[in-house]
Design a protein around this ligand. Structure first.
Ligand code: GLA
Length: 675
């Protein structure tokens, strides 16, 4: 008997740690709080979406990220071992170099040393018992974060007892809070103050104005060829003569009258302020159809967003016909079947039965409409695209009545012979010259994710805007990674040619058909909109407008905030301060003031000690950020106005200090006293 008891006890002692332990794979955790210097960390894929590969070795599981990347896990002393194989992903070019750190309660437990391309994966196998917080860090190894595609392969935590994996990842829930005051009942004109059009091309501009209805509109000194509908404020027509026309716009209601100067520039430059509108991709993706596009146009009017200057209703991918095969097709088969008609003109699929009727529907509301395609044979989602039909497609888009073309890169990768700048530029030049031959102004948006530093040449190939990044999604790491990495691009942006950090991820998003509320906290959403406005970014709402909630509407209808984006000077903000998880961005405005964003990002991207990349304690809710006059290049006294709250904060001398919420922003307008 004693022997049996002894054997049972021995078995228990031997097996207990195994019974009472749990393996948690890193790739199964909610990665939304893993920060990444570029793109979004993904489970079982590299940061660019390829299979995880280190020095030729493929891994089925793990997490692909990009320096600088942090991920803080709450182990609460329940950890046993952490194992992984780490290295630079093969998709990074030779310039990439990273250093992996595993930090337990502020102490470095393991570090990889500098790792470069073709270094074999390094094995990690460390004791994490008694650790309360475990930080996984990838630094840029001190040489800047370019091409630092870093992989945590086969990464897993051995834990004691039953651990709920959601409790491992720090997440905080916040309630939305509205800052935007309700617009006054008195008229206020909010539409862009400058507008470019080519001579002899159709003109469409809607005077956007808030205030009580009924409202009537008027315009003084309107150039010959234009007609204003006084009830709707929609101006249409055509101007034949080049030149600048100074117009006075007027909006009147029972409570008063608003006037606004408006400059029409007739020449070869259009898109003088960043486009503002809606795009189908971030909500509907492949589930888009004509009814959803109409619903977006209806909602733009019904919600009143049109009165704040929102203009475009853009159809993204998935309107053309999808060939059976997704692989790039041989040239001559492109003209066959009903993807194109017998003359090679592109057709829309059944979800878009009547494109001209759809564009008319949108135009009749005073809105504009956009379409999407790619220079390759297929779009990113595998639909028929423009390759070798560029002129016909440009003509088709014009004939259908489109005002905007987003032109992707997808499947052109199979055509491109190399990775030279010339090859990157070629397809965009071809479409530019095709668009130049149609008698319609079509805003030209290049979407090739920043390859070949497109910001340096997007303007020279005739782009009105160009994506500077990979695709956005609704996580803090992705949105803030994209937004805060725009520093340095400002010198390439200006009226008619804008940097595009991708579309907005507020409201109900989800890449269709099912949608979810954005995963960004309210403060992160304030950061998103404020930063995009400071960056003079095109503002394309990516949510289902027909189900927009009050909070999202408030984010998108603050006229003083939107005016930062639409400022006629068109000077993108520069980052003037970046330390200890605090950043200040400043943008020169037309009236001599500066729009300034004070952001508390919470993570120090230039930390000296690896442990300083993390917030080890309870995440602070607010932090003081001080802006000095000298940082802004001004002297003496200055006035400060809070733009979200639309409230004057007073006059300050030398400096101004604000309390900024974690991952949030205080957006102000600074006016030197002598202005
Ligand atoms: C790319 C673009 C997205 C969207 C899709 C459509 O991924 O970056 O914005 O247009 O293609 O397939």
């Amino acid at each position: 008997m004693r022997k049996i008891i002894f054997t049972v006890l021995l078995t228990l002692v031997f097996y207990f740690p195994f019974i009472n332990s749990q393996t948690i794979w890193l790739d199964k955790l909610d990665l939304s709080s893993m920060s990444s210097g570029w793109n979004t960390p993904q489970a079982d894929k590299s940061i660019a979406g390829n299979p995880l590969t280190i020095a030729g070795q493929k891994f089925d599981r793990g997490v692909g990220t990009h320096s600088i990347s942090t991920f803080l896990l709450n182990l609460n002393g329940k950890g046993k071992r952490f194992t992984a194989e780490v290295g630079l992903d093969d998709e990074a070019t030779s310039q990439g170099s990273v250093e992996f750190y595993i930090i337990g309660d502020k102490k470095i437990l393991w570090k990889s040393g500098v790792m470069r391309k073709n270094d074999s994966a390094k094995k990690v196998d460390i004791d994490i018992s008694k650790i309360k917080k475990l930080g996984l860090l990838v630094t840029d190894a001190g040489d800047g974060l370019d091409y630092d595609h870093a992989d945590w392969c086969n990464a897993k935590l051995e834990m004691t007892g039953n651990v709920n994996s959601t409790s491992l990842v720090a997440s905080i829930k916040h309630k939305p809070y509205i800052l935007t005051p309700n617009p006054s009942d008195k008229p206020r004109i909010n539409s862009a103050k400058v507008f470019g059009v080519r001579p002899g091309h159709p003109f469409l501009y809607t005077i956007a104005a808030t205030g009580k209805r009924p409202m009537t509109f008027d315009a003084e000194y309107l150039p010959v060829g234009l007609l204003l509908n006084k009830k709707t404020g929609i101006i249409t027509g055509m101007i034949n003569k080049e030149g600048n026309y100074e117009v006075k716009l007027i909006a009147k209601n029972s409570l008063g009258k608003a006037e606004s100067k408006f400059k029409i520039s007739v020449g070869n430059t259009i898109c003088l302020t960043p486009p503002m509108g809606w795009n189908s991709w971030n909500c509907w993706a492949e589930a888009v159809d004509a009814d959803k596009v109409k619903a977006a146009a209806d909602a733009m009017v019904k919600t009143g967003l049109i009165n704040h200057g929102w203009t475009y209703i853009n159809i993204d991918d998935c309107w053309a016909i999808k060939p059976d095969s997704h692989v790039a097709m041989p040239k001559d088969s492109l003209t066959s079947g009903d993807q194109r008609d017998k003359d090679g003109m592109i057709n829309a699929n059944k979800k878009f039965p009547d494109m001209p009727a759809l564009t008319k529907y949108v135009h009749d509301k005073g809105l504009k409409i956009g379409i999407y395609s790619s220079p390759g044979p297929l779009t990113c989602a595998g639909y028929t695209a423009c390759y070798q039909h560029e002129q016909q497609d440009a003509e088709r888009f014009a004939e259908w009545g489109f005002d905007y073309l987003k032109y992707d890169w997808c499947s052109y990768g199979n055509i491109a012979k190399d990775k030279t700048l010339e090859t990157y530029q070629e397809p965009y030049k071809v479409m530019r010259s095709a668009l130049d031959k149609v008698d319609r102004d079509i805003v030209y948006s290049l979407c090739q994710y920043g390859m070949g530093e497109v910001w340096k040449w997007g303007d020279s190939v005739g782009g009105n805007l160009w994506r500077t990044t990979g695709d956005i999604n609704d996580s803090w790491s992705n949105m803030s990674g994209i937004g805060f990495n725009q520093a340095g691009h400002e010198k390439y942006s200006g009226p008619g040619h804008w940097n595009d950090p991708d579309m907005l991820v507020v409201g109900l998003v989800g890449w269709g058909p099912s949608l979810h509320p954005t995963r960004l906290t309210p403060d992160e959403q304030y950061t998103h909109i404020s930063l995009w406005c400071l960056l003079d970014a095109p503002l394309l709402i990516g949510c289902d407008l027909s189900r927009i909630d009050k909070f999202t509407l408030s984010l998108l209808s603050n006229d003083e905030v939107l005016a930062v984006d639409q400022d006629p000077l068109g000077k993108q903000a520069s980052r003037i301060f970046n330390e200890s998880g605090k950043q200040i961005w400043s943008k020169d405005m037309f009236d001599g003031s500066k729009a300034v964003g004070l952001f508390y990002t919470g993570v120090d991207n230039k930390a000296k000690d690896p442990a300083d990349y993390f917030n080890w304690n309870k995440i602070p809710t607010k932090e003081k950020i001080t802006l000095t006059a000298s940082e802004l290049g001004i002297t003496g006294k200055f006035k400060v106005r809070d733009l979200w709250r639309q409230r004057d904060l007073g006059t300050f001398k030398d400096k101004y200090t604000a309390e900024v919420p974690y991952h949030g922003v205080i957006l102000i307008k600074v006016t030197p006293k002598n202005k």
